[in-house]
Design a protein around this ligand. Sequence first.
Ligand SMILES: Nc1ncnc2c1ncn2[C@@H]1O[C@H](COP(=O)(O)OP(=O)(O)O)[C@@H](O)[C@H]1O
Ligand SMILES: [Mg+2]
Length: 253
Amino acid sequence: MTAAASIIEGRGLAKSYGAITALSSLDLTVGRGERVALVGPSGSGKTTLLYILAGLIPLDHGQLVLRSKPVADLRPGKELSEIVGLVQQQLDLVPQLPVIQNVLAGRLGQWGLLRSLASMFSAHERGEVVEALSRLGIADKIDERTSQLSGGEQQRVAIARLMLQAPRIILADEPVSSLDPARAEEILRLLTEVAADSDRTIIASLHAPELIRKYFSRVIGLREGKFQFDIPVQELTTQRLDALYDLDRRHQS
Ligand SMILES: Nc1ncnc2c1ncn2[C@@H]1O[C@H](COP(=O)(O)OP(=O)(O)O)[C@@H](O)[C@H]1O
Ligand SMILES: [Mg+2]
């Protein structure tokens, strides 16, 4: 990969929480259009790494450059949200609001908090939401209260929100861990399709080897805040995964 094609350049990324080292000096280069699966046992640092890449928590040490700009120089709101978007594990939807408002929240950066609170949206914006929801097969839910939707449907609302945000880098934290196998596969297919649309980059944490092999091109194994491997998906063996998960002897306090 040439330097010009990389969209994420991380050097010595480090983050601690008090005495706990969550990430220990990681180097990470990711190219445009790459599909990276992040694997590792609970507590290995997956969420912390995704939050760092999303610009949501600051680094203790190291440098992170997204699309040729240091992340610290990207203004929160519009500038950051055009580059990177995160689907959090807890989806982060507002349950009491109708679906349309949760989806349009993807535009918050571009859109302004005031308008979103006043829920002023144009016919054009509604049309965009309809289009995104149609693609995900839930256009009929647009005016429903989000809490009325099933878990899998709410997952789609979070993806629709990401589609309206349209960031260059899509991050997803265990997007399928709460879903049954059929829905998990469907969500990953949709997420990777959205990413493939405009050669977007996707990095997602997940545990299912068969889904990783099917939807990702590269796998990074994380344990105790360090990379154990960073390989093309073809090289992902059961032994490698077993070693990554079984050898976790972290002492939780
Ligand atoms: N806000 C926090 N405060 C203190 N410790 C944290 C916090 N977030 C994460 N940690 C710790 O950092 C380590 C990595 O956590 P995390 O990134 O959530 O891992 P994963 O997503 O792989 O489960 C764990 O030891 C976890 O307990
Ligand atoms: Mg996590």
